[in-house]
Design a protein around this ligand. Structure first.
Ligand SMILES: NC(=O)c1ccc[n+]([C@@H]2O[C@H](COP(=O)([O-])OP(=O)(O)OC[C@H]3O[C@@H](n4cnc5c(N)ncnc54)[C@H](OP(=O)(O)O)[C@@H]3O)[C@@H](O)[C@H]2O)c1
Length: 315
């Protein structure tokens, strides 16, 4: 089966592609920034350059495709319209091209907590994307993932940067809100498997790791992994909003206003979802994040000053 992957060179996409190849699919990658296809060994995948906002490029990319995995999405707003363009219009364009190409299965990766409430702009735009897919008439599966960790992630690397450089780490609010981080290789395997599963057609599946952890526990795991002990300073959320607002002048702020807004939202998945739908238990955070130990002090300062080092994340 020929599977098109959009967002193929991203954090998740570069793991989804090998997972699809391991499942004996042919893979075509939609590459947004020419040159980034270098993350794949030569001649293992077919490359099409294009932007999801360009319907002509999508028509070419979808030519002869049997199934597609749509991963393009953004949690960072370059301007007021980025979410609407990428997370809604981009999905609408992909849906239209998939329909024209008579694609048999579209797997769309959304986020846990996607909501029709416009007060949460990121989750609202992901919900709008879901609506485009669910109302398309295509056979589809929507995957709502919890926060994803693995080498190159922004979440744990930012916490690690704080642990590395600061004697006391700052946490927004009580830090008791729960998340369910899931390993990037595990999510990728679920996505690649979903492409083949008839039983998942028409369904929305939540994905989360094996544990629901409070933010405080996640800080503790990262610090332990790095062999450090750190006191936590709990700042009121309003103060974090002010500090984050000022940090938005940085080229790549460690946290955005929208990410801060997500804190009180539900960010845990249905328990056992990976086991029930995909037949394996995903990896825990503790014991599987040795990459945070590799962070140098210089790299940690760069992350906190909004300049993500390319060794850690090259896109
Ligand atoms: N990472 C998480 O923790 C997480 C959690 C839940 C859900 N998700 C969802 O999972 C999906 C993938 O996330 P990710 O972390 O892999 O994101 P990512 O690392 O930012 O990758 C995004 C990919 O999309 C490409 N892209 C961006 N704009 C494009 C455009 N206009 N046209 C075509 N391609 C474009 C990027 O290419 P360039 O780099 O060349 O621009 C990159 O390959 C997203 O939909 C996200 O909402 C992620």
């Amino acid at each position: 089966m020929l599977v098109l992957v959009t967002g193929a060179t991203g954090f998740l996409g570069r793991r989804v592609v090998p997972a699809l190849l391991a499942r004996h699919h042919q893979v075509r990658c939609l590459v947004h920034t020419p040159g980034r296809e270098r993350v794949f060994p030569p001649r293992t995948v077919d490359i099409q350059y294009g932007n999801v906002l360009n319907p002509d490029a999508l028509t070419v990319a979808f030519n002869g495709v049997d199934a597609a995995v749509h991963l393009v999405g953004t949690i960072r707003r370059g301007n007021r319209n980025t979410y609407d363009q990428i997370n809604r219009q981009g999905v609408a364009n992909v849906v239209a091209a998939a329909k024209a190409a008579r694609v048999k299965h579209l797997v769309f990766v959304s986020a846990i907590g996607a909501t029709g409430n416009p007060g949460y702009p990121y989750l609202f735009s992901k919900w709008q994307g879901e609506q485009e897919v669910a109302n398309s008439g295509l056979s589809y599966t929507i995957i709502q993932s919890s926060i994803i960790f693995g080498p190159g992630d922004e979440f744990l690397n930012t916490i690690a940067a704080m642990v590395k450089t600061l004697p006391v780490v700052t946490v927004a609010g009580s830090g008791k809100n729960r998340i369910q981080p899931i390993d990037v290789e595990d999510v990728s395997w679920c996505i690649a498997t979903a492409v083949d599963l008839e039983v998942l057609k028409g369904k929305t599946i939540e994905l989360g790791g094996p544990e629901q952890l409070s933010i405080n526990e996640v800080f503790g795991i990262v610090a332990r992994t790095m062999g450090k002990r750190r006191l936590r300073l709990h700042l009121p959320v309003w103060l974090m909003f002010i500090m984050t607002w000022f940090s938005q002048v940085l080229p790549r702020p460690p946290i955005t206003m929208d990410q801060l807004r997500l804190l009180p939202m539900r960010n845990v998945a249905e328990p056992q979802s990976v086991e029930d739908n995909f037949g394996f238990t995903p990896k825990t955070v503790e014991g599987n994040i040795d990459y945070v130990k590799l962070l140098s002090t210089r790299e940690a300062f760069r992350i906190l000053s909004g300049d993500m080092p390319s060794r850690i994340r090259d896109h």
